[in-house]
Design a protein around this ligand. Sequence first.
Ligand SMILES: NC(=O)c1ccc[n+]([C@@H]2O[C@H](COP(=O)([O-])OP(=O)(O)OC[C@H]3O[C@@H](n4cnc5c(N)ncnc54)[C@H](OP(=O)(O)O)[C@@H]3O)[C@@H](O)[C@H]2O)c1
Length: 259
Amino acid sequence: MVQEPRLRLAFITGASSGLGLAFCLELDRRDDFDMFYLVSRRRDLLEELANNLRHPVRLFPGDVTDPVWQAELADDLADSSTRPLIKYLVQSAGMGRSGLAADLGQANQDTVRLNCLALTQMIQLTLPYMDKGSHILNIASVAAFMPQHGFASYAASKAYVLSYSRALHSELKAKGISCMAVCPNPMETEFLTKSGQSAQVKGFKRLGVESPENVCRKALRKLDRGKDVSLSNGAARLVLALSKLLPHRLVLWFERKFS
Ligand SMILES: NC(=O)c1ccc[n+]([C@@H]2O[C@H](COP(=O)([O-])OP(=O)(O)OC[C@H]3O[C@@H](n4cnc5c(N)ncnc54)[C@H](OP(=O)(O)O)[C@@H]3O)[C@@H](O)[C@H]2O)c1
């Protein structure tokens, strides 16, 4: 009996806005997958996006940290008669709260639950549906390179994403699966106001601001070249160089003085 070809999926979390949305639009230009699986909590925005994409879309709205949602996704993938093959997993769902960790309380845990735990669970859940030529793109940040006074749990969570992604890239190489950490500078997305910052980046940090479109275009180009980390502008590379040169004690002092 001849088997039907597998249904190749591009699975995007955080698809309703910002960088996740930019990844959907950019990946939509490619022909190496058959269908999007789009995830975020705001179904209406996902529906609007689905209407503007070339590829067919399956909406999977929900909270990625919710065990019930995760179980439904696991059942959906397992039950599917289409033998899904996840070609791209882009994990852009993320959060952060600025402020002193001692004052943030639950928000610290929510950050770790979403940025680290759910990201890891999603990989665990989808990896059985990946094969040679599959790609995982985890959105980290330049915040991953150094501890941040006033953004402690966020920077620590992104350090986890960076380290975990690079190690996975090495471990999955033998199977032909790649894993990349995307490390953007500040982008003027909903993230800024949701995290308690002003909607526009101010001061010297403006020099590093980049657009989600640029971040995702460069990340996909680097993915095609087999890289495990994507920095998309000179300012991000400067932050990385400084993080290697300067004692982190000094960086924290500077952040404390000038924040
Ligand atoms: N903007 C920056 O300056 C910046 C810089 C470096 C790295 N990053 C990282 O880039 C990624 C994307 O952020 P962004 O700038 O594009 O911000 P954004 O516009 O706020 O996007 C975050 C996305 O995550 C979704 N989301 C949040 N919590 C979720 C949950 N529990 N379950 C499912 N979906 C959830 C949101 O959709 P719903 O609200 O509909 O659920 C939204 O689609 C994040 O990981 C962020 O840490 C951002």
